[in-house]
Design a binder for this molecule. Structure first.
Ligand SMILES: [Ca+2]
Length: 322
C-alpha cells in the first residue's frame, strides 16, 4: 500500500518535472533546437541553417566529423531581438585521436551568420561574442592552463584570432573543462544579463552547473545571431551539437526601452593585456626602487668619502696644536 502511494507521488513528480522542462514559458522556440530535428534545414521555413560540411542525423548535428580538413556550422536564421538571454548547448566532442585531436568548436553570438573562415570555421575579425571550446593547445611555449579550455572573446571587428597562440592575447576570461571524450551528457550554459556574462558547465551528467567564469561590462547589441561552428585541419574530432535551448530573461525596464541595435560589441581588456599592465606596473615600481637605491648608495659613498677626508685632514692638522 505504502509502496503504491510512494510510486504514485514519484510518478507525479516525474510528470511535473518533464512538464516544466518541456514548457518553460521563457524558452524561445525559434532559438531552440531539440530532437527530432527538422528534416530540411535549408528551406525558408526553418529556424536553423547548416553550412559547409555540417550534417544532421536524427541524433545529432555533426559540425565536423573525425576527418581532416572539414569545416561547417549551424546558424540560427532569426536574429535575437531581446537584450538578455541564457542558452544551454548540449554537445559532444570525441574521436579516435589520442594525444592529437582537435581543434574544438565555437559558440557565437555574431553579426554575420552563415559565413565560413579560419576561426573554428567562422570568419576572423568578427563582430560579436565567441565562446571558444578549444580542445587542443597549439601554443608551443609555457602555458598557464591545460586543455580543453573554454574562453570568451568580444570583438568589434578589429581583433585577429591567432590559432598559434590559441587566442590567448584576446581572451577576456576562461576556464579549464574536461569536456572531450565523455559518455555523459555535456552541456555548457551561457548567460548574458545586465551586461554580465556567465559561463557554466555540466559535464558529469549530474544536472548541476559548475561555474566557469563571470565577466562584467560586456556590451552586446540585439539582432545578432546564435551559431555553432567547428573546423578540423591535420587534427580532427567529431564535434556534435545535440540540442540548443534558449531562454529569454526578464530585462529591467531601462534595457527593455533602450534601442540596443547599434551597440558596438565591447568588453574588458583581454587577460594578457591585464597581465602586461600588472607586469609594466611591477617593472616601473622596480625601476623606481633601483633609482632610490642608487641615490642612497651615492649618498652613502659621498658621506663616507667626506668623513674620510675630514678625518685625514683632522689628523694632518692635529700635530700643529702640540
Ligand atoms: Ca587551439
Amino acid at each position: 500500500m505504502y509502496v503504491n502511494v510512494i510510486i504514485f507521488f514519484l510518478v507525479i513528480l516525474v510528470v511535473n518535472h518533464t512538464y516544466e522542462a518541456d514548457s518553460n514559458p521563457f524558452e524561445v522556440r525559434e532559438h531552440s533546437l531539440t530532437r527530432p530535428y527538422p528534416t530540411v534545414f535549408s528551406t525558408s521555413n526553418s529556424y536553423w541553417r547548416l553550412t559547409g560540411s555540417t550534417i544532421a542525423t536524427d541524433r545529432y548535428i555533426r559540425l565536423t566529423s573525425d576527418a581532416q580538413s572539414k569545416a561547417g556550422g549551424l546558424w540560427s536564421s532569426i536574429p535575437v531581438n531581446y537584450a538578455d538571454w541564457e542558452i544551454h548547448v548540449q554537445f559532444r566532442v570525441f574521436g579516435e585521436g589520442v594525444g592529437y585531436f582537435g581543434d574544438g568548436f565555437a559558440i557565437w553570438y555574431a553579426r554575420d551568420p552563415n559565413v565560413d573562415g579560419p576561426v573554428f570555421g567562422y570568419k576572423d575579425y568578427f563582430h560579436g561574442l565567441a565562446i571558444v571550446m578549444d580542445t587542443y593547445g597549439n601554443y608551443v611555449g609555457p602555458r598557464e592552463h591545460v586543455y580543453p579550455y573554454i574562453s570568451a572573446i568580444v570583438n568589434n571587428g578589429s581583433l585577429h584570432y591567432d590559432h598559434d597562440r590559441d587566442g590567448t592575447d584576446i581572451n577576456i576570461s576562461g576556464c579549464e573543462s574536461s569536456f572531450r571524450g565523455l559518455t555523459t551528457d555535456t552541456v555548457v550554459a551561457i548567460r548574458y544579463e545586465n551586461n554580465r556574462l556567465t559561463v557554466s558547465t555540466d559535464t558529469e551528467g549530474t544536472n548541476t552547473w559548475t561555474p566557469c567564469f563571470t565577466i562584467n561590462k560586456i556590451h552586446l547589441p540585439t539582432n545578432f545571431y546564435f551559431g555553432f561552428t567547428a573546423a578540423t585541419g591535420q587534427l580532427s574530432d567529431n564535434h556534435d551539437i545535440i540540442s540548443v535551448r534558449t531562454y529569454r530573461l526578464d530585462s529591467n525596464e531601462q534595457r527593455q526601452e533602450e534601442n540596443r541595435n547599434h551597440i558596438v560589441p565591447s568588453g574588458p581588456i583581454p587577460m594578457v593585456s591585464q597581465a602586461n599592465d600588472t607586469m609594466s606596473q611591477t617593472t616601473s615600481w622596480s625601476a623606481l626602487k633601483i633609482f632610490f637605491y642608487t641615490i642612497l648608495m651615492i649618498l652613502i659613498c659621498i658621506t663616507g668619502l667626506a668623513s674620510y677626508f675630514y678625518m685625514k685632514h683632522y689628523r694632518y692638522r692635529k700635530p700643529r696644536f702640540y
